[in-house]
Design a protein around this ligand. Sequence first.
Ligand code: AMP
Length: 507
Amino acid sequence: MHNHFFAAVEARATPAAPFLQAPQSSAAAAWTYADMLARSAQMANALVALGVAPGDRVAAQIEKSPEGLMLYLGAIRAGAVFLPLNTAYTTGELDYFLRDAEPTVFVCDPARHKAIAALAKDCGVAAAETLGPDGRGSLYDLAQTQPDTVAEVPRAPDDLAAILYTSGTTGRSKGAMLTHANLVSNAEALVEIWRFTAADRLLHALPVYHTHGLFVATNVVLFSGASMLFLPKFDAGEIISEMPGATTMMGVPTFYTRLLDRPDFTTETARTIRLFTSGSAPLLAETHRDWFARTGHAILERYGMTETNMSTSNPYKGDRRAGTVGFPLPGVALRVVDPETGVSVAAGAIGMLEVKGPNVFKGYWRNPEKTAAEFRPDGFFITGDLCQVDPDGYLHIVGRGKDLIITGGFNVYPKELELEIDAISGVLESAVIGLPHKDFGEGVAAVVVLQPGAGLDETAVQGALHGRLAKFKLPKRVFFLSELPRNAMGKVQKNALRDQYKATFAG
Ligand code: AMP
């Protein structure tokens, strides 16, 4: 038996070919695939020296760096389970993750080592090492002393490669267990449908503690022999200067809106690009249109989640439709069901999306109850996303099930109202939420961001919606903000909005 994931990576690696360029890090000015193999082997050996055994967790809360990426690959080569943590997590949250995951090694930023070493010890973590934004730290020092080849630890397709904690907007964050086969099958499917080759050069500006930057972007590069420009974070000015020469960029919707805000981002900037993809949060149809007008490129929107990797994509060749996430990936089965009964809904009706395939995770870490609750007996995973399939087979995500508003016994799908509000002249975007209401259970409210210079007020928005949708769907209140609260992946934080306006209909 071999190491299922890494054997696939190694089989595709041309040693002399370029792998990664990191303009801001002198250490990794330009790494070839041979460098990737050598440095990830050193990381694997360093982890083994720290006591990591097959199946152990290696947790990391570090800034993005090429060396940090080698930690991901090194952990897998050592047969361990890589566990990246969002850099925004506080020490209190870390306490939960370390106790829940029981990693053997925890890697943190050198600046936080003092504060965290004691916590790690308290949580029973054997080694607390450091890796900084510049790729330097105690783990780097140790890796430097290690041989640059390693006998990979054999891992079967069903063994764990990583645990990614979900964002946990409802209750405790859960660890999604991702297997070697999950990662391999998804990388292979994406390389095929997005036509990645060794000639590609990817602009990588996504965070690498999340499925999008860590798996979608990085694994597609590794599985096609492509190269990437590895940027520490998204910076519109830097993207504009680095885009010429790149062939593709994967982004969250905010990448696209921020670039469109820059008058110096032009058709010429995107001249060498063959593909722009977007995901992790819904891309506004308006952004899709504006991007096409500016660059001549139709952004390819795809859909996935931590638990399922990628499940659907708009076509590479063919109509990439704004506001849709396209068709199932090869080997992925989808169905749309009534959330209560689990019975398939009529064609075209809104329902809960369920997914089955080699992309779907193994379950929640040490949480068999939650795992059992979110899988159907026939193996379909209940995504929690409400959706609709249009007559041409394109999937539309209507929103999270938990964002569904039930007002006076009627269902209101926020997306339906958001689309109407966004179409009002002067509106940039909106978020529709349900707030506790003494008579109706929930009352519909809209939070609106206006285009610069627009002079709409609450009455104007309500007036524009009048007659467009059934009365129970219309917002009883409209609030205005200069921007919607979003997390790093561009997701609108509806919890924060519900919290901010929770007293609206009280009393
Ligand atoms: P995460 O686990 O952080 O990747 O979040 C997954 C969730 O993001 C999904 O369940 C969807 O609600 C949302 N999501 C991801 N991609 C899209 C998309 N293209 N359009 C709409 N929602 C999306």
